[in-house]
Ligand binder design. Structure first.
Ligand code: PMV
Length: 326
């Protein structure tokens, strides 16, 4: 039996603009998904014990080709749909097409909130299942196979950012298919606010695409986000949170101009700033979900907890570790 874990992520800079070839900087956070893999005689049994679902447990079996019970969409997103593909990757790597698995998933990353929960589950599952079959992959190989899983499950709608960040840990730079770790980044005191919802990524990306085609200034706005990322990279590693925070604020303003913020995201961003954060922005596709703030004190966290519309607020520092065996 092997247990592996992998972190979730926030976007420090660059979401949406990354779709048009600009760089982006996702960062791994100290919120993890843990996956335990145990080889069994045949088939696949999956237990998803998601802490955000009050310990609700799902048992799913494809041993006879049929699920044991109905699983609703959000639980499928919680990992069951991805686990099938992750396990297939492990079977392929180890050349054991008939290997059976019992998989247990536990996660402290809120689901569908733009924090990379599915990528973390897939990365940890591939690591645990391959190790259980006696094969050890490098984090880069796991990132690549996890990307293939997301690509498959999400019908071609996947970027390499989440899976690469989760496998490697730390701050990473993504530009097209080119992904690499940014070395020398110290601690980043992230505070995350979550409104309990999620935007529709496809719709939000389509909205930005339309604006960009319609108005040159919208295309310039996308380009300006790229400039913020390049500026941000030179500040990362200096511990100058004030300078980084200013860039987070600027990035949020440009995302809002592109129409991907929301009332609750704006309210949380302002609450965090007024609570003393060096800066704050939405993270991920937007429309709802999470904001990320930089704050060394408890000010932003306290302010967020008193903000109507903020369902959860927590601290999650930059996690320099990627996938690892527990
Ligand atoms: O919401 P998330 O964490 O899946 O991030 C979406 C990021 C976008 O740039 C909006 C889309 C993408 O595929 O890069």
């Amino acid at each position: 039996m092997v247990t592996s874990s992998a972190p979730g992520k926030v976007y420090l800079f660059g979401e949406h603009a990354v779709v048009y070839g600009e760089p982006a900087v996702p960062c791994a956070i100290e919120k993890r998904a843990r996956v335990t893999a145990r080889e069994i005689d045949e088939g696949l049994r999956v237990h998803v014990d998601d802490l955000t679902l009050d310990g609700y447990t799902v048992e799913y079996s494809d041993g006879d080709g049929h699920p044991d019970l109905e699983v609703d969409e959000s639980l499928v997103r919680a990992g069951v749909g991805y686990i099938n593909e992750a396990v297939s990757q492990a079977r392929e790597v180890a050349d054991r097409p008939d290997a059976g698995f019992e998989i247990v998933v536990e996660s402290d990353i809120p689901l569908g909130a733009g924090l990379g929960s599915s990528a973390a589950v897939v990365v940890a599952a591939i690591d645990a299942a391959t190790r259980e079959l006696g094969v050890e992959l490098t984090p880069e190989e796991i990132a690549d196979r996890a990307y293939r899983v997301e690509y498959e499950v999400q019908d071609g709608q996947a970027s390499r950012a989440d899976t690469f960040c989760s496998a490697m840990g730390g701050a990473v730079r993504v530009e097209g298919d080119d992904c690499r770790r940014i070395e020398g980044v110290g601690t980043l005191p992230f505070v995350i606010g979550y409104d309990g919802g999620a935007g529709d990524t496809g719709e939000l990306v389509a909205g930005v695409r339309q604006l960009r085609e319609e108005y040159e200034f919208a295309a310039d706005t996308v380009g300006a986000i790229g400039d913020i990322v390049r500026e941000g990279e030179s500040v990362l590693g200096t511990d100058d949170y004030e300078a980084l925070g200013k860039l987070l604020n600027f990035n949020h303003g440009l995302l809002a101009a592109l129409g991907v913020s929301s009332r609750s995201l704006d309210a949380m961003v302002w609450a965090a700033r007024e609570g003393g954060a060096a800066g704050a922005k939405l993270t991920g596709a937007g429309g709802g979900g999470c904001i990320v703030a930089l704050d060394e004190t408890d000010g932003a966290l306290t302010a967020l907890r008193y903000t109507p519309g903020c369902e959860d607020a927590f601290r999650a520092e930059l996690d320099t570790d990627g996938v690892r065996r527990e």
